[in-house]
Write a protein that binds this ligand. Structure first.
Ligand SMILES: [Zn+2]
Length: 332
């Protein structure tokens, strides 16, 4: 009963119906008519200020977006996660909030605090933990169903997910993060491994670790991803999910996962007090080169050197990534 009230539509992808991305854009324009916070969120997005920074070898766009203050400063502590109201659970969705039922398991919802001109959250119907290992297949399916011109994003539960206890992805039109152009430049790539027709590239001169998995069969890309995930676990000596942010692109039957292995969620400057505090809370969009600063003072004062420092601090060390790739070579 509750679910049926929340479903905008279930039909997509059939020959006679609209594509998933068309339906999402339609949902967004419908929801804007009735959902004031969503409308205001998008109005606020029109007023954001942006500034490009030339870092050494790559570029970053700072976005002053005061609407993101809540998510940037959200307490990620374990003790509060149970108490935190889960805004993705069906019974907590706002009245009138609707979504597109995706593969019978997920609802695609409009994000009321957008970073991009259309920005969606793909949320599992059940409250279950954010975990990529067992759900990489869904990420790949979403990439194919949204199709070229879109990107599907994943934030690890400990490095940027706004609801770490509730499985979700994000989707948005592609071409908005500087990394998307930069990783197509051939000079960036060093081919590290090829397995089952999937290429694993390591990139250079991007100021943070970026691994690209590329292949023309989604199953094989998913398999290679799991291999990399396990190799990272082995090298880090952990059982849980290694921290990572992921952006996925599917273009002309080519699946491409851009993986940012992470060492930390937030830089130390985030935890300083007074004037020394810098409110940045890097998730996948930030790692992709759109660094969100909800505080104006930070937007004005961050320069290329500071941003390079932030990336270096929250990225996993190159040495560890190298060891993971070696472990993968040895068939970890
Ligand atoms: Zn939930």
């Amino acid at each position: 009963m509750l679910l049926s009230e929340k479903i905008y539509t279930t039909s997509y992808g059939d020959e006679n119906s609209k594509s998933l991305s068309e339906l999402c854009l339609e949902l967004l324009s419908e929801q804007k008519k009735t959902w004031q916070d969503l409308r205001e969120g998008y109005e606020m997005l029109k007023k954001v200020r942006e500034r490009d920074l030339d870092c050494s070898g790559f570029s970053v766009r700072l976005q002053y977006n005061p609407g993101r203050i809540k998510s940037s400063t959200a307490d990620m502590g374990k003790n509060t996660s149970m108490e935190r109201q889960c805004f993705l659970c069906l019974d907590r969705l706002l009245e009138g909030q609707k979504g597109i039922l995706y593969r019978g398991e997920y609802l695609i919802l409009c994000n009321p605090m957008p970073v991009f001109p259309s920005h969606f959250t793909v949320s599992h119907l059940d409250h279950r933990r954010q975990a990529i290992g067992e759900h990489i297949g869904t990420l790949l399916e979403l990439m194919a169903d949204f199709g070229s011109g879109w990107t599907v994003l994943y934030n690890g539960p400990k490095c940027g997910a706004s609801a770490p206890d509730h499985l979700h992805f994000q989707a948005a039109p592609s071409g908005q993060m500087p990394i998307e152009k930069e990783i197509w430049e051939q000079k960036r790539f060093t081919l590290s491994k090829k397995v089952d027709g999937v290429f694993l590239y390591r990139t250079r001169d991007l100021g943070r670790e970026v691994i690209v998995l590329e292949g023309d069969a989604s199953m094989a890309v998913g398999g290679a991803f799991k291999g990399f995930l396990n190799a990272l676990k082995k090298v880090l000596l952990i059982d849980g999910e290694p921290m990572m942010s992921i952006a996925g692109f599917c273009k002309e039957k080519l699946w491409r996962l851009v993986i940012f292995p992470r060492g930390k969620h937030r830089p130390d400057a985030f935890f300083r007090t007074g004037d020394a505090r810098v409110v940045v809370s890097p998730g996948v969009i930030d790692m992709g080169g759109v660094l969100i600063t909800p505080v104006e003072k930070d937007f004005d004062r961050l320069d290329a050197t500071a941003v390079e420092g932030i990336y270096k601090e929250v990225s996993l060390e190159g040495k560890i990534v190298e060891r993971a790739i070696d472990a993968l070579r040895q068939g970890a």
